[in-house]
Design a binder for this molecule. Structure first.
Ligand code: NAD
Length: 311
């Protein structure tokens, strides 16, 4: 990877994270943004973050924070940023018009080999690449926030994505220490958010019908289900809870089916329940303290990531 280049389009939260991850294994990273001040602040903030990570022993890769930072440069010219890159990671805001526009720009300057990869959380690549000359090189790699500590990346090819582009994207993500999962086909919301939304909906319903408090329903995850889920998924959890899946099915399939019949329609996250959920959280975590709480969260996620590596 040493002499190869990665281009990042959009230098917000996710663009900065990708830049750090690619530089951690020695890639030359070039960052582009429509706002030049965003590029400047990205380069400054990345240095601060890399140094902090180094001090706390959490820096990824084998080279120092300063060396990693030297690999990251900014560029105010789109074409120059992309030129010679083996992989372009698009990180502009989540809007279909913007994704279309940026992928048309990429299509105009791409060579026949570079991977054109979007960080989109929800939009299938087929919805913004169909008309492009280089559409076979387009793919989605949806990271999990914060990417430095939560390594999962959903790789979602469009129906026309070339197989080599899929395998190269997967290998690149593994090389930088992330955990790629490749979806076999496009699906609305991808997989992580479909599962997350199922959970959010049920938490919402349980608060809405007065079964449990906001604080306690969150505890069910953080001190219950989440303890296991940090190490294994729900399917393996169930497998271990009985003597394999056949035995789990014999014991619990009817119960699960019957309980699931009771879930009811999909709730809308608005109205009275929205007031209850928001006010309850705001009383414990005021809106002007969100950054402190995010730092608290990231420190814990870093600790968990370290534990998972050591075990
Ligand atoms: P952000 O708002 O923090 O950053 C977006 C950046 O793109 C800004 O710096 C902006 O100036 C720049 N930009 C806007 N238009 C541009 C253009 N035409 N060309 C180049 N740069 C442009 O957004 P973010 O949170 O980093 O999200 C980026 C993408 O990553 C989105 O698609 C989002 O859905 C996805 N994503 C976000 C998260 C998350 O938790 N934030 C997680 C996974 C994926």
């Amino acid at each position: 990877s040493r002499d190869e280049k990665i281009a990042i389009i959009g230098s917000g939260l996710i663009g900065r994270s990708w830049a750090m991850l690619f530089a951690s294994v020695g890639y030359k990273v070039c960052i582009y943004d429509i706002l030049s001040e965003q590029i400047d602040s990205a380069l400054k903030e990345i240095l601060v973050q890399l140094k902090k990570l180094e001090e706390s022993g959490l820096l990824r890769g084998k080279i120092s924070a300063v060396e990693q930072h030297k690999l990251i440069t900014g560029c105010t010219d789109f074409k120059e940023c992309v030129a010679g890159a083996k992989h372009v990671q698009e990180c502009v805001p989540e809007s279909i018009e913007l994704k279309r526009k940026v992928f048309e720009q990429l299509d105009a300057v791409a060579d026949d080999k570079m991977v054109l990869c979007s960080s989109t959380s929800t939009m299938p690549a087929s919805s913004f690449t169909e008309h492009l000359t280089h559409r076979a090189q387009c793919i989605v790699a949806h990271p999990t926030n914060p990417p430095y500590y939560a390594p999962l990346v959903e790789v979602v090819p469009a129906p026309w994505t070339n197989g080599v582009v899929i395998s190269n994207t997967k290998s690149l993500l593994e090389e930088i220490g992330q955990t790629p999962v490749v979806l076999k086909k496009e699906v609305l919301g991808f997989v992580l958010n479909r599962i997350q939304y199922a959970l959010l909906n049920e938490c919402w319903r349980l608060v809405q019908d007065g079964t449990i408090s906001v604080e306690d329903v969150d505890k069910v995850m953080s001190d219950g289900l989440g303890m296991r889920y940090a190490f294994m998924g729900p399917l393996e959890t169930a497998y271990l809870n009985a003597d394999g899946w056949k035995s789990y099915s014999e014991r619990y399939a009817d119960t699960i089916f019957n309980v699931a019949q009771d879930f009811g329609p999909t709730p809308r996250m608005e109205g009275e329940t929205l007031e209850i959920v928001h006010n309850d959280l705001a009383s414990r975590i005021p809106l002007d303290k969100l950054n402190e709480r995010r730092a608290w969260r990231d420190a814990r996620l870093a600790g968990l990531a370290k534990l998972k590596k050591e075990m």
